[in-house]
Design a protein around this ligand. Structure first.
Ligand code: NAI
Length: 329
């Protein structure tokens, strides 16, 4: 099986090359460039392609891939909101994903962001480097005894619930399908979670129905001085409304691993660029906001697991098999 791998980074190649030794029937060609209608043409002659969270897998690209004979898309990530599943279905393309490669990796990062914005670690790091040992502006809140509100309690949300519980927080959650294994979690309506939580963390997938679920209206329902963390998908949050909320001092802290404008930035070095109209630049102007570059998944264990499951998905496809939770279309 020949797989064309788009948007390959050094850490991808290292982890996939290592895992390939266990899959002798599969070969991978790595491309640094990401998918678009032009680069999709390069897929001719391959059995499948491998994409990631920021890959353009819209209708045009899917159609181009299909024209090149591609019938298999391997997403090396959990989310697949960037894939036009309808187009894939129309063209007989099977789409696989990696649903639960390391939920704890993302949940630990979400808690890391929450703690960092809460205790102003981003500010103290810079201050002490400048020989400024003043504590002014660094006061946080104690999480112990406070209420964590988790939106979406699938694999990552459940891990986040366990972390919050372990820290002595009361854990409430909203999910259409409550996770019965989480017997310490109290399920509430979405509005109740917004109204009652001191820390809100998003862990649901982005779909048409929940696009901009965090907006002016829902932000207004949150407690004043809430800490808000999004490690899920940028489109869940209306960034303009979030910025307004931050301006009006609604939030004690905001930690974003994902944001609406991220596609052009994610995993790229843009040190020399002047980000004129950038929402990131505006978000970074606030002292109580931390933005990271979609790195929640980035641990050694998660990378190893991603490569193993992605290659197993390829093999399963070839054998006419596949775990239902891994097949998205
Ligand atoms: P999952 O599929 O195990 O769980 C998602 C949960 O969200 C399910 O329980 C589902 O019922 C619930 N849900 C769906 N729509 C909802 C809504 N409107 N409101 C509340 N709950 C809703 O997914 P998993 O593995 O926990 O991942 C969650 C998301 O995390 C992914 O979709 C992806 O967007 C994001 N992610 C981010 C990463 C990062 O590096 N920052 C890495 C991996 C995933």
């Amino acid at each position: 099986m020949k797989i064309l791998f788009y948007d390959a980074k050094k850490y991808d190649m290292e982890s996939f090359d290592k895992e390939l030794t266990n899959f002798p029937d599969i070969t991978i060609e790595y491309l640094e460039t990401d998918l678009n209608v032009q680069t999709a043409k390069l897929a001719a002659g391959y059995d499948g392609i491998c994409g990631f969270v920021s890959s353009n897998l819209g209708r045009d690209v899917i159609y181009e891939l299909a024209d090149q004979g591609i019938r298999l898309i391997l997403m090396r990530c959990a989310g697949y909101n960037n894939v036009d599943l309808e187009a894939a279905k129309e063209r007989g393309i099977t789409v696989f994903r990696v649903p639960g490669y390391s939920p704890e990796a993302v949940a630990e990062f979400a808690m890391g962001l929450a703690l960092a914005v809460n205790r102003r670690l981003h500010k103290s790091y810079i201050k002490v480097r400048e020989n400024n040992f003043s504590l002014t502006g660094l006061t946080g809140v104690t999480f112990f005894g406070k209420t964590a509100g988790i939106i979406g309690t699938g694999k990552i949300g459940a891990a986040m619930c366990r972390i919050c519980h372990g820290m002595g927080m009361k854990v409430i959650a909203y999910d259409k399908y409550p996770n019965k294994a989480l017997d310490f979690v109290e399920y509430r309506t979405f509005d109740e979670v917004l109204e009652q939580s001191d820390l809100i963390s998003l862990h649901c997938p982005l779909m048409e129905e929940n696009y901009h679920m965090i907006n002016a209206d829902t932000i207004q329902k949150m407690k004043d001085h809430v800490i808000f963390v999004n490690t899920s998908r940028g489109g869940l949050v209306n960034t303009e409304d979030l910025i307004q909320g931050i301006r009006s001092k609604k939030f004690f802290g905001v930690g974003l691993d994902v944001y609406e404008e991220e596609t052009g930035n994610v995993f790229e070095n843009r040190e020399e660029d002047i980000l004129e109209h950038s929402v990131v630049a505006r978000l970074l102007s606030f002292p109580n906001v931390i933005v990271t570059s979609h790195q929640g998944f980035l641990t050694e264990e998660a990378l190893a697991s991603i490569s193993k499951i992605t290659l197993q998905n390829a093999l399963d496809y070839q054998n006419g098999e596949g775990k239902p939770e891994n097949i998205v279309s």
